[in-house]
Write a protein that binds this ligand. Structure first.
Ligand code: NAD
Ligand code: ZN
Ligand code: ZN
Length: 236
């Protein structure tokens, strides 16, 4: 989604300015008192937001300097969404920086261990190496893509099919992979999984990312929700 809002507009949209900042409370972004100026005063300039302005996020009611929220937003991928740093509530639609690629789905009659009686959904992700964009850690530098295509498995039951639909939403929001440092190999500037776990083994569990795992579907639903991808996304 292309976002045309100015950073100030995004902060204003999801917060309400307070006339009186609460005494004896710190801003969880800059760690300064809410009654003093934003600690980002020196590095973040804004004509529209004063350094002493304080605002409360509309849903979760956590309070920060408006300039600190602006600095936090400007430091991210500026997709028009804001995430509360205290409780992780997402305002708007969070997107990621997954590089371009393909997600393909097919089905097999074989069962996964622990899901006997159901077939299997196979997801194949394919991403090639390329050059990093402005949203990536080192714009203009190359990135590698190891171990692609990556094969992932879900049980073809009601919950598995729901997870599949949510994974498609996450893919379209560029949330499944990111560019960073692989914790497995230590390689930097490479395509890595991004906080939504996948099962990449079907009939074995050498990596710990295989079946059986009775908690997997619940866990991945929680990880999707933490990225703002919930059943509500399927009703729209
Ligand atoms: P990473 O090591 O930075 O880890 C990121 C997250 O992915 C962590 O939460 C981790 O628990 C999880 N993860 C690690 N290994 C996984 C695996 N085999 N299957 C599913 N999840 C895994 O992430 P990364 O660098 O993207 O992946 C780890 C390594 O696994 C890479 O070297 C990659 O090439 C390899 N891999 C290969 C295949 C394949 O089908 N050939 C599939 C998945 C991963
Ligand atoms: Zn602050
Ligand atoms: Zn909050």
């Amino acid at each position: 989604a292309v976002n045309l809002s100015e950073p100030e507009e995004v902060v204003r949209k999801y917060s309400e300015e307070l006339k009186m900042p609460p005494a004896d409370e710190d801003c969880n972004i800059c760690m300064e008192k809410l009654t003093s100026s934003s600690g980002y005063n020196d590095v973040c300039e804004s004509k529209a937001i004063k350094p002493e302005a304080v605002g409360t996020l509309t849903q979760c009611k956590h309070t920060f300097h408006l300039l600190c929220m602006l600095a936090m937003y400007s430091n991210g991928n500026k997709d028009g969404s804001l995430q509360c740093p205290s409780c992780k509530t997402i305002y708007g639609e969070k997107t990621g920086t997954q590089p371009k690629g393909k997600m393909e789905v097919s089905k097999y009659p074989e069962s996964l261990p622990g899901h006997e009686g159901y077939g299997t959904i196979l997801i194949v992700y394919n991403i090639n190496r390329g050059i990093q964009g402005p949203e990536h850690p080192n714009p203009g530098s190359p990135y590698t893509a190891r171990g692609f295509p990556r094969y992932c498995y879900l049980p073809d039951n009601e919950m598995g099919r729901k997870v599949l639909e949510l994974l498609k939403v996450a893919w379209n929001r560029r949330l499944i992979f990111t560019i960073g440092t692989s914790s497995t190999t230590g390689e930097s500037n490479t395509v890595v999984w991004n906080e939504i776990h996948h099962k990449t083994e079907m009939n074995s569990n050498h990596s710990g990312h295989g079946y059986p795992d009775p908690n997997y579907l619940d866990n991945v639903l929680a990880e999707l929700a933490a990225q703002g991808v919930t059943e509500d996304c399927l009703r729209q």
